[in-house]
Every structure is written in C-alpha cells, then in structure tokens.
Design a protein around this ligand. Structure first.
Ligand SMILES: *[C@@H]1O[C@H](CO)[C@@H](O)[C@H](O)[C@H]1NC(C)=O
Ligand SMILES: *[C@@H]1O[C@H](CO)[C@@H](O)[C@H](O)[C@H]1NC(C)=O
Length: 364
C-alpha cells in the first residue's frame, strides 16, 4: 500500500461519514392529506384517483409520471427543496426503508378528505385515520433503525404539512346535486361539523409527536377550471363553492389558535392557501401567466371536464398556465405558493412563515 492509496481511502471514509451525518442532521418532513400533496401513494392502490400516466410528470426531472398531480414538482417537493432535503417518498413505496426513513415520509392520498365518506367513489384510498396509523407504524420502523429516543427526537424536530378539506366539498357535499351530505346539513352546519372533526385529527398529530405543523386552508374552490366548466356561465368563480371556502377557512384559523393556546406553544401554523392561489387567479399576468381559468391539460370548456390524459388538449408551455389539470396547479404556480410559505407576511403564514420557523428552530 502506498501513501496516495491510503490518503484516497482516508478521504473516501471522511466523505462517507460526512454524507451520513448531513443526512441525519437534515430536518425530517412529514406530509398528510390529499392530491395536492400526494407524492405517489395511490400508485400502489387499486383506485381511480391516480396520476401515473402521461402527460403527468412531463416536466418532472425524469419526465415520467410519478403519481404527483402536477406537470412537475408539487408543493411538498418544493418545500423539501427549500429545507435542503430530498423529496419525501410515498409511505407505500418499497424504496422507503433504511436511511431513507430519516428523510421523513409522505402519507398523502389523492381523493381523501376530513370525513371517511369523502372520496368513496375512488374506492381504495388512504383515509386520514389510516394515514395517522401509518405515521405510528413509521415511527416503530424508525425506532428499530435508530432507537426509540432518537426516533422521538427526529419526529419532534420535523416539519409537518397537512392539506385537507377541499375534497369534503368537491368530492362529497357538492359532488352531485342533492348529495347525501347536502340533504343532511345546510352548508354552515356542514362546515362546523367538518371543522369539529378536523380538530381531532390535528390534535392526534400533536399526540403522535409532531411539533411544527403547517396547515393549509382550502384554495378558491369555485375558481378551478373544473368548477368553471361545470357551474359557471361567464367564467367567473362559482359563488357557492367560494362561500364554502369563505366559511371553512376562518373557522380553521380559529381552531388552530385554540389548539396553540391549549398547548401554550406555536405548534400549528396556518397557511392561507386561499390568498396564495387567489393572488394569481385574480391577476394572472402579474405572475407571468396567460390565463388562470383554462387548465393546461384537459378538454371541454376551460379544459375543465374529465381527466388529463394523452388524448387531452395539452399546452406547450406549462410555465404560462397556473392550472395544470382541472383541479391542480402547475409547478410554476406551486413555486409561487411555496415562496409565500417561505417569506409571506402574517396574512399568508400565521403566526410565522417558514423562513422564521427554520431560523428559530436552528437556534434552539
Ligand atoms: C373515520 O373512521 C375512523 C376509523 O374507523 C374513526 O376512528 C373516525 O372516528 C371516523 N371519522 C368520522 C368523522 O366518522
Ligand atoms: C417572513 O419572512 C421574511 C423574510 O424571511 C421576514 O423578514 C418576515 O419578518 C417574516 N414574516 C413573518 C410574519 O414571520
């Protein structure tokens, strides 16, 4: 053995140790919710709510569909990028094992809502109560890898995102005229009911060890191309769905404040998804979009009817469109949204934005 071999060997060992230590120091990220944040769990399920065929993923680094409801990256991916982490793997992915567990996990499943009967038409999806069970199971697997105390620490220090509620309107209450839920409840009573149920879910996340939980309200539900196609005569946002969002979002903020007060700490951070989306919906040109009414991929009025498939109309430049399909933003729009997560004022992120969270937690 000569000296240069030894030196090379020594440097290789150092590099490996360096990689391992940065991996374990990077903050873990856990994601719960619906299609806006699903990184591909539904690919592993027998469900119709899926995004695993072209042109989904057309602008993803691999240019392949992954199960993300986007032309490219989605909101959790861009948050991962911002915190200097790898994208979270879907919990059901066979690749999520060993060291990969340290990155966190994505439990989200397209089609689900706060209520168990939301999205039942999609048959086999991971309801929120199951997502929480998987989070417990994940923690057992993580404990087996790094020990109970370290696992608890990793979860306590992690960043958490939960996006729920939109489907309780579009895939439940307003799914069909005279839906079972709309016959059971007037809209204000329905909103009170789902908020009451959401509060239990959010409390459970804290009980399971989450300590920094970003909670998004619903976007402008009445303005998505699907609703413009089905409910709007003149291209203006549907007032009924806008009313649903206007009832839901303030009550969500109220329960987050109540939970923080009860716990005596800023555990829950509200992200004003309505405003984040509405900015470019009301003034697309200011954000470099040619339209915020017409989806890039789809068919029918506003490209808002049916699914996005290889047979659909497809725009050539996805950066000029805020909606990718009839419901979901393009990567470009997702970047605008995550930028507000990072640096938004208290109107967007309350009580603080993500850059403040990162700075605060780095110093403790
Ligand atoms: C949904 O189902 C779970 C598991 O069966 C149950 O714990 C939960 O209370 C149900 N939620 C509602 C809103 O009925
Ligand atoms: C949000 O982030 C910006 C820039 O990082 C910071 O200056 C500002 O004070 C933050 N706002 C809030 C409300 O935390």
């Amino acid at each position: 053995m000569n000296a240069s071999f030894l030196l090379t060997f020594f440097l290789a060992v150092l590099a490996t140790l360096g990689t391992l230590s940065t991996m374990s120091e990077a903050r873990a990220f856990f994601v719960f919710g619906d299609s806006l944040v699903d990184n591909g769990n539904n690919n592993y399920l027998a469900t119709t709510a899926r995004a695993d065929s072209p042109p989904y993923g057309i602008d993803y680094p691999t240019h392949q569909p992954t199960g993300r409801f986007s032309n490219g990256l989605n909101i959790p991916d861009i948050i991962s990028e911002q915190i200097g982490a790898e994208p979270t793997l879907p919990y059901l992915s066979p690749e999520l094992r060993g060291e990969k567990l340290l990155v966190g996990a994505n439990f989200a499943s397209a089609g689900i809502g706060i209520l168990n009967d939301t999205g039942i038409q999609f048959i086999n999806i991971i309801k929120i109560s199951r997502q929480l069970q998987y989070f417990e199971q994940y923690q057992q697997r993580l404990s087996a890898l790094i020990g109970v105390a370290q696992a608890k620490k990793l979860v306590n220090k992690a960043l958490v995102l939960i996006t729920l509620g939109g489907n309780d309107f579009v895939n439940n209450y307003y799914l069909v005229p005279f839906s079972a839920r709309s016959r059971e409840f007037a809209l204000p009573d329905y909103v009170r009911y789902i908020i009451f149920e959401y509060k239990k879910i959010l409390r459970t996340l804290h009980e399971l060890g989450a300590r920094r939980i970003m909670v998004t309200g619903t976007g402008p539900l009445g303005c998505v191309p699907a609703e413009l196609a089905e409910r709007s005569r003149d291209g203006s946002c549907d007032p009924e769905l806008q009313r649903a969002a206007a009832l839901f979002n303030p009550q969500l903020i109220q329960i987050l404040n109540e939970l923080n007060t009860d716990l005596g700490s800023d555990i829950y951070i509200s992200a004003n998804a309505f405003k984040m989306h509405m900015d470019y919906v009301s003034d697309p040109a200011a954000y470099g979009f040619v339209t915020s009414k017409i989806a890039c991929c789809g068919q029918g009025p506003y490209n808002g009817l049916g699914l996005c498939t290889v047979a659909s109309n497809l725009c050539s430049n996805r950066n000029l469109y805020s909606f990718w399909d009839a419901y979901h933003p393009t990567e470009k729009a997702n970047r605008i949204i995550v930028n507000q997560f990072m640096i938004g004022s208290s109107e967007y992120m309350n009580p603080m934005n993500l850059s403040t969270i990162l700075a605060l937690d780095a110093s403790t």
